[in-house]
Structure formats: structure tokens, C-alpha cells
Design a protein around this ligand. Sequence first.
Ligand code: UFG
Length: 343
Amino acid sequence: MNGNVLVSGGLGYIGSHAATLLLEKGYDVVIVDNLSNSRKEILSGIEKITGKKPKVYFEDLKDPAVPEKIMKENDIKAVIHFAAYKAVGESMEKPLMYYENNLFSLINTLKASLNYGVKNFIFSSSCTVYGEPEELPVTEESPVVKAESPYGNTKKVAEDILTDLTNAEKSFNVISLRYFNPIGAHPTALIGELPLGVPNNLVPFITQTAYGIRKQLRVFGSDYNTPDGTPIRDYIDIMDLVEAHIVALERLFIGENESNFEVFNLGTGQGGSVLEVINAFEKATGVKLNYVITDRRPGDVEKIWADPTKANKVLGWKAKRSLEESLKTAWEWEKYYRQNLDV
Ligand code: UFG
């Protein structure tokens, strides 16, 4: 394919795995990343895995001149937009920082795309747009509800912006991918999730506890209305997740999209509880976890899992990897980066 794919946030957790897969599939990749929640070492991992050196801009999309410059200097054919802040709790404390970063970066990238005739855009959305769903599993038709955090609202507002834009610009094509809970790492263990500071998410907290970085894992509540009392999520392997991006991108390139704004749930269709994840980790790795059950974490949804039928049928994509497999790769990555990177 002639022309490049711009991967914003391409050194972040999902972006780095997507960039790697794109390079392996023969795409030319341009990364823009301001390193606000990522590290340069991830770039070495991408280069080691692929044997290729993507072009990288260490710049910030909040500056409208940045995407303009990138589009001017490269023949960009599509954008996969990952760049965003993602910590729910932090967004409650710093709402303006979240709106400014997540929405300005999006708007600036969209404006530059229009200015330079880029027609294909994939957006990183989240199951957070469904809130606490009334019916399970959630389909793309399930109601989008009022967001429970500024972070969640940036995803909802972003989808509104994309809806309005694609109504106005009929030749601009967007696919919004609503992720459930991405976990795991690249099978080589050369890239993975690299949380800065204390992790908010379950799996990095588990692997750090197993490694001895954290003393104890807290299970936030066991009095939910679920079989074992702990909340249920749809944990999807990072490699499955990024494979869906390639399929979505190809759908746009071929022009197979049925409308110029499409939405897909990316999940396995299987719910897993916090205790099930802990047990699966112990089984997959043979490492015992020190954990304690504590109070609920405010704002946590009780249970959510995807109905991925639309992505299965329309994209011809299906999550293949098991929970244990994902936890094993997450563990291999934790060990690798503790031993090999300066963190
Ligand atoms: N959990 C613990 N202990 C921890 C961390 C998490 O028990 O130390 C539990 C949570 O209570 C929850 C489950 O593990 O029940 C998953 O929590 P995560 O923080 O890993 O993920 P969330 O489902 O809360 O959040 C994820 C994304 C958000 C997104 C949200 C949408 O991280 O970006 O899904 O539902 F907004």
C-alpha cells in the first residue's frame, strides 16, 4: 500500500501493539506520541519485533500545528487515533486536563485530516459509553448513557463529534471501536502495558503484586450481585484487540463500510469476575497472589460484557486468545521489563 498510517499514541499500550502489527503487515507507520503516558523504550521493542524503524514524532497533538505538520510531511492515508488520557479517577480530579487533552487532540487531528484529504479514521472508544448496562451482553444498539466520569465523557463527546462530522463530510469515513477491558502483552514480551506509577487497572496491579512491587492486591468489593460477588468484565487480549484494528482499516481502504460512521464492540463475549482473573493468573503462571477483599471502589460498574456479534459477522473478526493466555503474556512482560528496562 502506498502512503502511511498515522498512529497517534503509538507508544502507548494499545497503540504500540497496533503499530507493531501494522508494520508486520507491511504498512508504513508514522507514530506521534508526546510520551505523557509512555516511554521511548517501547519504540525499541517495536523495532526489535518488526526489524523496522517507524517514523516517530515526539510531539503533542494538543498543538494544532503538530498534526498539520505531520500530514504535510507524510502521505497519510489513514489515522488510528489512540492518543488520550485514560485514568477514570484522575479525570474526576482534573476534568479540564482530560477534556483539553482528549478532545483538542482529536479535533486537531480531524481538522488536519480534512485539510490534507485523509479520508479514513479509526477511533479508540470504550465500553464506558454504556455505563452500567440494564441488559447484558451489550450490543452496539444498547443505550449510550450519561458518562460517570470526565474520562468517560470524553469518549462519548468524541463519538458525538465524529457523528456530526461524518454527517457533514460524507466522504470522511470513521470506525469507532468500543473496547472492553484490554489485557496481556505481545507474545515476544518485548512490548506491553507500562503503567507510570501505581496502576489503576487490575491486570498490571496483579503482575506487579506477583513480582513483589506491590505488597498486596486489593479486590474492590465482594458484595456485588454476581456469582462470586466480585465485578464482571470482558477481558480481551491486546493482540486480538489490535487485529480488529487492521481489519477495520482494511474495510475502510477497500470501501466496504456500509456507512461513513460505524461502531463496533471489541470484546470476547465472555464475562470474567475479579476472583476468576486472580485464579486464572495463578493457574497460568504458578505464582500465588497475596490479595485481600476490601470495600468497593467508587464508580465501578457491577457487570458488563460485550455482544461482539456485529464485529464477528461484519468484520469477520473474533477474539481467539484465552484469559489464561493473556495473563501469561502480561506476566512475561512484567518480568521482562523489570529485568531489562530502567523503570
Ligand atoms: N480491581 C480490583 N483491584 C484493583 C484494580 C481493579 O479489584 O487493584 C477491579 C475493579 O474493581 C473492577 C475490575 O478489577 O471490578 C477491573 O478494573 P479495571 O480498573 O482494570 O478496569 P475498569 O473496568 O474499571 O475500567 C476499564 C478501563 C477504563 C474504562 C472502563 C469502562 O480501564 O478506561 O473500563 O468500563 F473506562
